[in-house]
Design a protein around this ligand. Structure first.
Ligand code: URA
Ligand code: CA
Length: 434
């Protein structure tokens, strides 16, 4: 086999075989195929696409480039959850104890935040002592004991994806649906889950800006899961504003606790109910979605999952009292209200801009090696459809310095798209792909 011929074949729009994809990915992973040939291949995929079967084969080749995690020692059906990256997306933190409360294992490998999106590990580390560095065996034992554990991703999963992603990043080939779908699914499938619920974000703060492209990505990922024998469901959900009200690590932890007390923001609560509902059906705890969702709603209203949250925190070295006493969490000293310069109605909130402002405050990382400040962030007071008066606060910035830079204040104001016209409410969940 020659790399040249495979690039040529893809450039002509032909379908590569499983053996050819294996050759390309394993050769690239071992450093035998240079970046320039792999870039040409990625660009050919960008223009010519891939069939569903081809994309599933590519995913399998990427999985084969590294280790896979064996979760068979964990009892029950392991359902993983993945979001393609939102702003203020606190769903994982909330559903972890809910899934466990119903007796299904929640065994999640999570990532850190990068750029305008946050990460579950960083949020959990707002809790003093919370340890995400578990060995595989510790992770398995904790899930078997408490039904819930979260650990950091090890670098050994799907290493070819890491290399390919960095290459795509600098060759304008990130936004290719088969390449995104195989990238995300390779990591999820290597992590050993039996089933997966995907939350594909759509809109300003998302990878996919249009609803149509988001459905294509959702379908591609569901097809990969199905081809590789894992039950997969994808939701397409709105990211034309942040989810909930809190953006930033400790602020989102508080928002998660409030949601578990039945006092969470409406959109965040609804998405948690839907995602958890699908996970509990795949985990065979319930047979129907409606039944599962009703049960989850009841647990949120009664606060029953708080006990599981405490167990989860305590098992990973954190102080479970934070759940009842938020002052044990780091909260920024300075709060600055950002006021609306005009009267109007909120049409949308550029979630990416707002996420970047939270990052500039210190809540997130511009590059992987940056350190973060768990105490800072933004609370939004006005959401899509809300009426706002001149001088009324749009948001509150939580800062560790008394002076908040005018770039951040302007960024928050500019992220709000205000209009004089009445605003139609937009859906939170555009649809479900199964
Ligand atoms: N996230 C990933 O992990 N991979 C992509 O290609 C895009 C988003
Ligand atoms: Ca939030």
């Amino acid at each position: 086999m020659r790399v040249y011929d495979l690039i040529y074949k893809k450039r002509q729009g032909e379908v590569l075989t499983k053996a050819e994809l294996d050759f390309l990915i394993s050769g690239y992973n071992k450093g035998e195929i240079p970046d320039y040939q792999m870039s040409a291949f990625a660009m050919a995929v960008f223009f010519k696409g891939m069939t569903s079967e081809e994309t599933a084969n590519l995913t399998q080749s990427i999985i084969n480039s590294g280790e896979t995690i064996d979760l068979s020692e964990i009892e029950g059906v392991k359902v993983d959850k993945h979001s393609t990256g939102g702003v203020g997306d606190t769903v994982s933190l909330i559903i972890a104890p809910i899934i466990a409360h119903f007796g299904a294992p929640f065994a999640k490998m999570s990532g850190r935040g990068l750029g305008h999106t946050g990460g579950t590990l960083d949020k959990l580390e707002s809790i003093e002592g919370f340890n995400i560095h578990l060995t595989s065996q510790e992770f398995i034992d904790k899930v078997n004991k408490n039904k819930v554990a979260v650990m950091g991703q090890t670098a050994k999963l799907a290493p070819a994806d890491g290399k390919l992603y960095s290459l795509r990043d600098v060759t304008a080939t990130v936004d290719s649906i088969p390449l995104i779908a195989s990238s995300i699914m390779s990591k999820k499938l290597a992590a050993g889950a039996d089933g997966i619920v995907l939350d594909v974000k759509t809109g300003d703060g998302a990878f996919m800006k249009s609803v149509e492209d988001s459905f294509s990505l959702a379908k591609e990922m569901v097809d990969i899961g199905t081809h590789l024998g894992k039950e997969t469901v994808a939701l397409v959900t709105d990211m034309d504003q942040p989810l909930g009200e809190a953006i930033g690590n400790s602020l989102e932890v508080i928002e998660a606790f409030e949601t578990l007390r039945g006092r969470g923001p409406e959109d965040l609560t609804k998405l948690c109910i839907t995602v958890a509902g699908h996970m509990l059906v795949i985990a065979k705890i319930f047979t129907e979605n409606q039944q599962a969702e009703n049960a989850v709603r009841k647990v949120l209203e009664s606060g029953e999952a708080l006990a599981k949250m405490k167990e989860f925190i305590s098992a990973q070295g954190g102080d479970p009292d934070v759940v009842d006493n938020y002052s044990l969490l780091p909260v920024a000293k300075h709060k600055v209200a950002v006021k609306s310069p005009v009267d109007g109605n909120v049409k949308k909130i550029k979630a990416e801009t707002l996420g970047k402002m939270a990052m500039m405050l210190g809540a997130g990382r511009a590059v992987k090696t940056d350190s973060i400040d768990h105490s800072v962030g933004i609370i939004v007071h006005k959401k899509q459809g809300d009426k706002v008066k001149h001088g009324e606060p749009l948001a509150t910035v939580y800062s560790s310095t008394s002076q908040v830079s005018s770039d951040v204040v302007d960024g928050v104001i500019n992220s709000y798209e205000l209009t004089k016209e009445k605003v139609e409410e937009k859906p939170l969940i555009y649809g479900v792909v199964t």
